[in-house]
Structures are given as C-alpha cells and as structure tokens.
Ligand binder design. Structure first.
Ligand code: SAM
Length: 224
C-alpha cells in the first residue's frame, strides 16, 4: 500500500506544471507563495523598495510590468506615480492583496497570474519599464529585454550571494542569489546605466537590517 502511495506521489510530482524547485514539495510556486501570503499582514510591507523610490525621477513613464510583484507594494507605488501598471506573479493570493492595496490607495493596477519558469509571455516592445525585486532568474532576462520598448528600462534589486553571510533572511539556495558580475556579463550588450553590489539597511517587513543586494538599471539601447 505504501509503495503504491510513493509511486503515485512521484507521478504527481513530475506531472504538475510549474513544479518549483525552491521548496521541493508537491506544489507549484504559486501554491507555495499563496500559503505564505495567506495572512492579513503584508510580508514585505506596503511601501516600495527604497531603490525604486529613489530612482523614480530617472525612469521612463508609461506602461510598466512588475515581475514577481507579490503583494503589490512596488506596483501600487508605480500606479500612484501615474504608470499604467501590470503586476504579474505566480501567487493569486499575492495579487489579490496587491489589488486590495491599490484600492486602498485609490489607484488601479492590472494583475496577471503567471509562472516565470513556465514561459510567461511578456510580449514584444510592450513596456516602458519592467521591474524585478527579489526574484532572481537569469533565464527570463532575454524575454525582459524583448518586452521593453526601445528606450525602456529594466530595474532590479535582488539579493547577492553575499547575503548568505550577511543576514538570515532571503533565499538560501545559491541559484536564487546573484553572483559577482553575473548580471554585468549577461547585460554586456545593453547599456547599464546603474549598477551597485552593496549592503544596504533594509526596513521592509520580513527584511529587517543589513541586506546584501545587487541594484541595477538597464536601458534598452544597443551598444557597439
Ligand atoms: C520575495 S517575494 C518578492 C515580492 C515582491 N517583488 C516584493 O518585493 O515585495 C518573491 C515573489 O516571487 C514570486 N514567484 C516565485 N516564483 C515565481 C514564478 N515561478 N513565477 C512568478 N512569480 C514567482 C512569489 O510569488 C513572490 O511574490
């Protein structure tokens, strides 16, 4: 009986779409994050990433796509700045909270449930601004640059590998942490207008205290 159970579990594990390697259970990334987000509090707070706030005047206006937008703090901030925002995430629960936050702040955002590891379609030359905060996946980066309009910008802040020695929060799997110069190499054909590999003092919900992060802004403009 137990053998049958193990065989069935193994089958379900491989048959499930979007099976996430992060927790290694039988669930998709969306289901795992739904569980985390299924509480009243906003896990990372309601205010945007400080880097986004500090750079807002340097970013092109128009249509914005927030990748792995979670509970929407960055998407809602962009909507408050006048952007036409699409917030995408694997977690329906996160996006439900994002819409609630938008309503509370008197703005609207579009939400799309999608899995970035399962070929989420970002479109072609569709956005002026694309953001990625705390979701490190180098495979999606060509899609990001394709989805930007010429002159568009990609803004990112993710934990670096140094975070393993800096604080207890953030991913423990090195695959989800930025390696030294990794992003500089990937974006060598594009114009990197901001790059910082640093430790900053974070005050955003579960992220409290020093955080080792890479911050980057890429302009979609070919370089010779
Ligand atoms: C650390 S949270 C960051 C949320 C948000 N960017 C912020 O800064 O508040 C990581 C987010 O990545 C999302 N995520 C994880 N795997 C994903 C995937 N395969 N596709 C889309 N989103 C994913 C989670 O649902 C979660 O919202």
């Amino acid at each position: 009986m137990r053998l049958v159970q193990i065989v069935v579990m193994g089958f379900v594990m491989f048959a499930l779409p979007g099976h996430s390697q992060e927790i290694g259970q039988l669930t998709t990334a969306g289901e795992q994050w739904d569980k985390r987000f299924d509480k009243r509090m906003y896990l990372y707070g309601m205010e945007p990433v400080e880097f986004l706030r500090s750079q807002i005047d340097n970013l092109p206006r128009g249509k914005a796509l927030c990748l792995a937008a979670g509970e929407g703090r960055n998407a809602v901030f962009l909507a408050q700045q006048g952007y036409d925002v699409t917030a995408m995430d694997a977690s329906p629960k996160g996006l439900e909270k994002a819409s609630a936050l938008a309503a509370q702040r008197g703005v609207t955002i579009k939400t799309e449930v999608g899995d970035l590891q399962e070929g989420y379609d970002m479109g072609v030359e569709k956005y002026d601004l694309i953001t990625d905060f705390y979701y490190h996946d180098t495979k999606m980066l060509p899609d990001v640059m394709r989805a930007l309009k010429p002159g568009g910008m990609f803004v990112l802040q993710n934990f670096s590998i140094q975070q393993l020695d800096t604080n207890r929060f953030g991913p423990k799997n090195p695959d989800y942490l930025v390696k030294p110069n990794e992003l500089l190499e990937i974006f060598a054909d594009h114009r990197i207008i901001y790059y910082e590999d640093t430790v900053v003092d974070l005050d955003e919900g579960m992220h409290q205290g020093p955080g080792a992060v890479v911050r980057m802004i890429v302009l979609k403009e070919a370089v010779e």
